[in-house]
Design a protein around this ligand. Structure first.
Ligand code: SF4
Length: 237
């Protein structure tokens, strides 16, 4: 039987909104489902069927999730004619065994791949060997997820030693940076990016002001959330 993915949305061309490739033209594959339930999640429509996130909305999985064959997903992504695809979620590595054949097709067509992950799954060797770049965003205490669910040491250790991996921490204030420093030391993380939490330009700006000077002092990198600044809460952009 042909492998299938549980897809929330596919869209493009757009730009990568966060991290080291911010501003780069790409297409997005957003997969459904997540093993965490962060209070401030900006994509609750991929997993929140109970209305437990800050949005308070009970999304309908029958509306939000679509079973799609790998071949049809690949065809739709390649039709955008871009040279980079970002695979996000939800938590895409929850479906990583079924992502392997998709990534194989995309790479054979000269497409670079970035996967956004919460860091709770160790990456499959097939994805690493295919040259996938992982953008890992371990969740801090303010996400509201219990530590035992959001910090999986074996997975973070594996990702931290995977070539081309960057870590992106969602922060609000300088206390959060102390928490980040603890994780950076514990898992020997070398590529550190700090991103302000926020679902509006005002929130992002306020948190950026709190964080910027100390991020630079600590020798880390800073990213904003370009898609939110440009398009607000609009979906599929
Ligand atoms: Fe949302 Fe990401 Fe947290 Fe999952 S890990 S609940 S997708 S912010």
């Amino acid at each position: 039987m042909e492998p299938e993915l549980v897809v929330n949305e596919i869209f493009g061309p757009t730009v990568q909104g966060e991290g080291r490739s911010m501003g780069r033209r790409c297409a997005f594959l957003r997969l459904g489902g997540c093993n965490l339930s962060c209070h401030w999640c900006d994509t609750p429509y991929t997993w929140d069927w109970q209305g437990v996130s800050a949005s308070g909305v009970k999304y309908d999985p029958k509306v939000e999730l679509h079973r799609r064959t790998v071949a049809s997903v690949a065809e739709e992504l390649l039709a955008f004619g871009v040279d980079m695809v970002v695979i996000s979620g939800g938590e895409p590595l929850g479906q990583q065994a079924r992502l392997v054949p998709l990534i194989d097709i995309l790479v054979r067509n000269g497409v670079e791949i970035e996967i956004e992950t919460n860091g709770t799954h160790a990456p499959a060797p097939e994805l690493v060997d295919a040259g996938v770049r992982f953008n890992v965003s371990p969740k801090l205490a303010h996400s509201g997820d219990p530590e035992a669910r959001r910090i999986i040491p074996a997975s973070l250790t594996s990702l931290a030693t995977t070539p081309e991996t960057m870590f992106k921490f969602v922060c609000r204030d300088t206390d959060d940076l102390d928490e980040v420093a603890g994780l950076v030391d514990r898992f020997a993380i070398t590529s550190v990016w700090i991103m302000p939490e926020g679902q509006s330009g005002d929130e992002i700006g306020k948190h950026m002001e709190n964080l910027a000077d100390e991020v630079v002092d600590r020798g880390w990198n800073l990213t904003t959330r370009l898609h939110t600044l440009v398009w607000g809460k609009k979906r599929a952009v």
